[in-house]
Design a protein around this ligand. Structure first.
Ligand code: PEP
Ligand code: MG
Length: 755
């Protein structure tokens, strides 16, 4: 039999009764017992049960109406076991008319639940952790309506507060590995932004506790929401006026995206609906976020997950405004290391940069906005430090090695001493690199190597100044496309490219046309799933199939370069015809600009990225057609070895310093020298000292890398003799070795090369 969905008014009544129970007399267990009886009645269910998570990933039946009472505190399930365990494991609701036929159904005879057919359960979540599961069951095969799931979720929010109070299960028990908490520990994460730092842990904004969940007067709550939203928006606007954020650049763009979210009507509407169902404004904001998290968490799309983090940030902000407490908590002392599950970029910008030393995240990824910001701020950051939140408290000493991805919590004296020594060495080196800013990157035998930067955001270009690099060797134009919510039009692209050029002053910038596809899917562009995206519809292939996209980009590049030399190159070219077709589109745009009397670049240089091996055997015919080439070793090596560059299982399996790679690179550099075509290497290889040493030895004279590599690579260049190196490499030719790294390292050590 189908039931009427529970109306908002009905859910408000339920909430009011819940509040009365919570405010009334009795122990937490007695309150819980009353709550299950109330919910079973209000939701017209024969069963209502609460399972609470206990140490060891166990869910214990804590209260029930409808199942056998003697099963309470006896029935225990592992997280992941049965339907209840599944709800807890995935943190998402389930509603099944015929639960017994579900493959995950785990029958517990002591509960007597064989009599019930349908089941609806929701996780009890607090602070992003599943604390338990709330379930209703019916004898009939009942189809639960979405509104009923919503109501049950709201009840679960109230229960979360009851569980978190610590009277049902001791708070410590809810922390995994509680017994390890005070021991020194080393956690392994992923290095996201390099550097070493020591400091005191500050748990980022310890969870906001929402004390009042149920409200009497929805209109009053709606008014509070409106007021807090305005206050939050103006705080964000104010933040954008800060001198360091008021200029165009990535942090500012990110804040703009934030404001867009903050003004999003759908988001507001969801919160307003929750208020009308009887929640306080704070609880409604939290609920809207819980719902979004539950809906979006299973998505594999990294971009969407990043947006979810942005929304988390906004949620916390809005709740703080509702409590009239909009400031970031003052960090304790100096030398702060922020610890967070995730962190929004604006949240990071809110901290006092002078006291901030590093960031450690449970989550985090290389493409997250916050990582981009940390990079720009030169702030060491480690991500995927699984378990950090349950092993550290604010005030604990912590050491962060973001070069290797290690985090030392409450380090012992010996570790501390070693780490301090490493930091000193690191600082000394950084100072030396900074001091070498104006020295030429010239080998001992007088060969000058042009060192350039890889960039992709307006903020990167400022490193031209700090590093004194010779220009931007690779500007990845897809990155600005990726951080935006919509496809940028020609005007905003022109704007962006003009800003980059302005900031580069008179140094050359090589723009690469969009390398979208593969793992760089643009959310507003395509959602095509491919089995092998890195080898799929990507880069120039997309551009040639969607010529309007490429023409728009050319139009913007031409306009931005008016009166100045323009260098543009195409990614993932596999055969000459692709280069010719792309070039033809560029010529069409030039002709269009001429027709319209638009100012043109003073000169246009056109190149290709060599990153598909097939192109190497076409170089003799290709090189006369173009002005320069750039070797993308990241892709070139993955295709050479048929070894996915982002697959951690293959990490280190093949070495860029192997005879095959060296032979291939030699072919390229020799072909370019013969044709007198300038060539640059811009893959990660070019920024790693020993690999850069080999590139110079092979004859490459221009390398493009991340800003942090300029200092170390310059020091290496200044310590080598290119001819001695070239002779040594020639002698290694034809080696059957898997890798030449050890021998090359030995060579460098013997000759005092700075690696
Ligand atoms: C490369 O493949 O080496 C390269 C520089 O391009 P991307 O890393 O952007 O694919
Ligand atoms: Mg590439």
């Amino acid at each position: 039999m189908n039931r009427q969905p529970v109306s908002w008014a009905g859910s408000r009544r339920t909430l009011r009764r819940l509040r009365d129970i919570m405010a009334g007399a009795g122990s937490a267990q007695e309150q819980l017992d009353r709550i299950v009886t109330l919910i079973a009645g209000d939701m017209v269910a024969e069963v209502c049960s609460v399972y609470i998570r206990r140490a060891g990933e166990v869910l214990e039946l804590f209260a029930t109406e409808g199942l056998r009472r003697d099963a309470v505190h006896r029935t225990r399930l592992q997280v992941g076991e049965g339907l209840v365990g599944d709800i807890a494991a995935h943190g998402r609701p389930l509603a099944l008319a015929d639960a017994r036929s579900h493959p995950l159904f785990a029958f517990r005879p002591e509960t007597g639940e064989e009599a019930f057919s349908s089941l609806m359960g929701v996780p009890i979540i607090r602070g992003g952790r599943v604390l338990g599961v709330l379930v209703v069951q019916n004898r009939t095969q009942r189809q639960y309506a979405d509104e009923e799931i919503e109501t049950l979720q709201t009840v679960a929010m109230v229960l979360a507060e009851l569980v978190a109070a610590g009277d049902l299960v001791k708070r410590g028990e809810l922390r995994p590995d509680a017994d390890l908490v005070l021991l020194p520990e080393r956690l392994d994460g992923s290095p996201l932004s390099p550097g070493l730092a020591a400091g005191t842990a500050l748990l980022h904004r310890p969870r906001v506790t929402i004390e009042t969940i149920v409200a009497e007067d929805p209109e009053h709550e709606l008014a509070r929401l409106a007021e807090a939203t305005v206050a939050m928006q103006s705080q964000l606007e104010e933040l954008m006026q800060r001198p360091d954020l008021s200029v165009a650049g990535e942090p500012r763009e990110i804040l703009e995206t934030y404001l867009m979210f903050a003004r999003d009507r759908g988001w507001r509407q969801r919160i307003e609906e929750a208020i009308r169902s009887g929640l306080t404004a704070e609880a409604a904001v939290q609920k809207a976020q819980n719902d979004t998290r539950a809906r979006m968490a299973p998505l594999a799309d990294a971009f969407m997950r990043e947006r979810l983090l942005d929304l988390d940030d906004l949620t916390t902000r809005l709740i703080q405004h509702l409590r009239d407490d909009p400031q970031t908590p003052t960090p304790i002392g100096e030398d702060i290391v922020i610890i967070a599950r995730s962190l929004g970029p604006a949240e990071l910008l809110n901290y006092d940069r002078d006291r901030l030393r590093a960031v450690v995240l449970e989550e985090g990824s290389a493409t997250a906005h916050v990582t981009i910001i940390a990079g720009i701020l030169a702030l060491p950051m480690v991500g995927r430090a699984t378990g950090i939140l349950s092993r550290i408290e604010s005030g604990d000493p912590i050491l962060v090695d973001a070069d290797s991805g290690f985090v030392y919590v409450r380090p012992g004296e010996d570790v501390h001493a070693q780490f301090t020594a490493s930091m000193r060495r690191h600082d000394k080196l950084q100072k030396r690199y900074a001091a070498s800013r104006d020295l030429p990157a010239k080998t001992r035998d007088g060969v000058v190597i042009s060192l350039r930067l890889n960039a992709g955001m307006a903020g990167d270009v400022q490193h031209l100044q700090s590093t004194n690099a010779d220009g931007i060797g690779l500007y990845r134009t897809e990155i600005p496309f990726m951080v935006r919510g919509s496809h940028p039009d020609v005007a905003s692209q022109t704007n962006l490219y003009s800003r980059v050029l302005e900031e580069a002053v008179d140094k050359p910038v090589v723009f690469r046309t969009l390398d979208i596809g593969g793992d760089k899917l643009l959310p507003h562009f395509s959602d095509i799933a491919e089995d092998n995206p890195a080898m799929g519809w990507r880069a120039i292939r997309v551009a040639l199939d969607r010529p309007a996209l490429l023409r728009g980009q050319f139009r913007a590049l031409l306009a931005a370069h008016a009166g100045r030399e323009m260098s543009v190159m195409f990614p993932m070219v596999a055969e000459i015809s692709e280069f010719v077709a792309a070039r033809r589109l560029l010529d069409m745009e030039v002709a269009r600009a001429v027709d319209r009397g638009a100012a043109l670049p003073s000169n246009i240089r056109v190149g290709v990225m060599v990153e598909v091996p097939a192109l190497i055997w076409q170089l003799s015919a290709l090189l006369p057609l173009l002005d320069f080439i750039t070797v993308g070793t990241n892709d070139l090596i993955q295709f050479l070895f048929a070894s996915d560059r982002s697959n951690p299982r293959l990490e280190g399996r093949y070495d860029p310093l192997s005879p095959a790679v060296l032979a291939l690179l030699t072919e390229i550099v020799d072909a370019c020298a013969a044709a007198d075509v300038p060539v640059t290497v811009c893959g990660e290889m070019a920024g790693r000292t020993i690999e850069a040493m080999v590139l110079v030895g092979l004859g490459f004279r221009a390398l493009s890398m991340v800003p942090g590599s300029i200092g170390p690579v310059k020091a290496m260049v200044r310590s080598i003799s290119s001819t001695v190196l070239a002779d040594y490499l020639a002698a290694l030719k034809g080696s059957p070795a898997h890798s030449l790294r050890h021998r090359l390292r030995g060579f460098a050590l013997d000759r005092g090369v700075e690696l």
